[in-house]
Design a protein around this ligand. Structure first.
Ligand SMILES: Cc1cc2nc3c(=O)[nH]c(=O)nc-3n(C[C@H](O)[C@H](O)[C@H](O)COP(=O)(O)OP(=O)(O)OC[C@H]3O[C@@H](n4cnc5c(N)ncnc54)[C@H](O)[C@@H]3O)c2cc1C
Length: 350
């Protein structure tokens, strides 16, 4: 009997875990990834002092059982987010931030030791790097002779018996041409499906010493008035590398990196003192400028809107095209846990 050939589009967490599960079933899988790197919305960078910093997915909790199960299977250790010490909440720019402490009894959030990319690296090794083709952006999918033909931006084509797309739905219908067209119902729904964190700006500031912790600050900060809206201590699990990391106000995407950096350092200096100016490096990722993640919506789409919608359950093109990815999951959609759940859902149909 001829072996079924399956192509997975996207080497983010969902694509990689789907391939991992299908291989376990003895199915041959090829992953086609548009970017030069793998990981998608998981992007761990390393600073000059060897601290790892997350420009994408970072935290998970005890409610993320599918992800926790994968971490245990792959023997990837994780650790609790540091929150001890004084945390800050700025409500207005003209009054000093309120101080508060996060209780140890609060539900913890965790980070993967060595960075979230450790999960991507481990899965890639399990799958076999030879089965992942990067710099292969799919622009068209045609149904031909009971097969699907995928065409990439360099004009190369690939044939498959079945295709699993893990491209976020809004991006999928705005960047890939289908022949025959997908149903109008699906296309309209996908255009109104939110891509989690697609509009966000992540930043990290690397330091030689954790001066905030030495001064009894946790590093946790919330602000409704300044550029840094949310921030946490980002020291490594073994406390050998130090950084502060969080989210910037999305509206500052119109500013230059230099302008944002200046405002971030000024805010940190106001809150934590002059030691904040002695940074080793400033890093950021403006996700709305990542064409393989984000595509502007045609109309207002709210956070998580249409995530996990039942329309994603049915395969298209005579049951040869499956639409997957974190946004299609019916459990914790948009999150890493959702990406894992979506992979399990599709793999169970093979
Ligand atoms: C800033 C930020 C912070 C986040 N924080 C958290 C967090 O703390 N906790 C949490 O659980 N989740 C978080 N998330 C969400 C988490 O990153 C996602 O749920 C998860 O990584 C999605 O995986 P995925 O494989 O479904 O999609 P993606 O990671 O988006 O993977 C899709 C892949 O498809 C590729 N692709 C796109 N178009 C094409 C094409 N035409 N051809 C070929 N390849 C293509 C992309 O390059 C990408 O690699 C965060 C996301 C961001 C951006």
């Amino acid at each position: 009997m001829k072996k079924e050939k399956v192509v997975v589009i996207g080497a983010g967490l969902c694509g990689l875990y789907t391939a991992f599960l299908l291989q376990k079933k003895g199915i041959e899988v090829l992953i086609l990834e548009g970017n030069t790197r793998i990981g998608g919305r998981i992007k761990t960078i390393t600073g000059t002092t060897a601290v790892t910093m997350e420009m994408g997915a970072t935290w998970f909790g005890n409610q993320h059982q599918h992800l926790l199960e994968v971490l245990h299977t792959l023997e990837l250790p994780y650790f609790r987010q540091h929150t001890k010490g004084i945390s800050l909440f700025e409500t207005m720019s003209f009054v000093p931030p309120q101080k508060f402490e996060i209780s140890d009894s609060e539900e913890p959030s965790f980070r993967i030791e060595g960075g979230t990319a450790a999960l991507i690296d481990k899965l890639s090794i399990e799958i076999g790097i030879q089965n992942i083709k990067t710099s292969t952006k799919i622009t068209a999918i045609k149904e031909e002779n009971n097969q699907l033909i995928l065409v990439d931006s360099n004009g190369n084509s690939y044939s498959a018996d079945k295709v699993i797309s893990t491209i976020p739905p809004n991006l999928l219908v705005n960047s890939v041409v289908f022949e025959p067209n997908l149903t109008e119902n699906f296309t309209q729904l996908a255009k109104k499906t939110h891509t989690w964190m697609g509009e966000s700006i992540k930043f990290a500031v690397e330091y030689k010493t954790p001066f905030w912790k030495q001064n009894n600050y946790s590093g946790t900060l919330f602000s409704q008035a300044s550029i840094v809206q949310e921030m946490y201590d980002h020291s490594t699990a073994d406390n050998s590398g130090f950084a502060l990391k969080g989210f910037l106000n999305g509206g500052t995407a119109v500013l230059s990196l230099e302008e944002r950096k200046e405002k971030v350092i000024a805010q940190l200096t106001t809150f934590f003192g002059s030691e904040a100016t002695n940074y080793v490096g400033y890093y950021e990722n403006v996700w709305r400028q990542e064409p393989l993640t984000f595509q502007p919506y045609e109309q207002l789409v709210l956070a998580h809107q249409n995530n996990g919608h039942s329309i994603f359950k049915t395969p298209f093109l005579n049951e040869k095209l499956y639409v997957s990815g974190a946004e299609t999951a019916t459990q914790n959609p948009g999150y890493m846990d959702g990406a894992i759940f979506a992979a399990k859902t599709i793999a169970s149909q093979f």
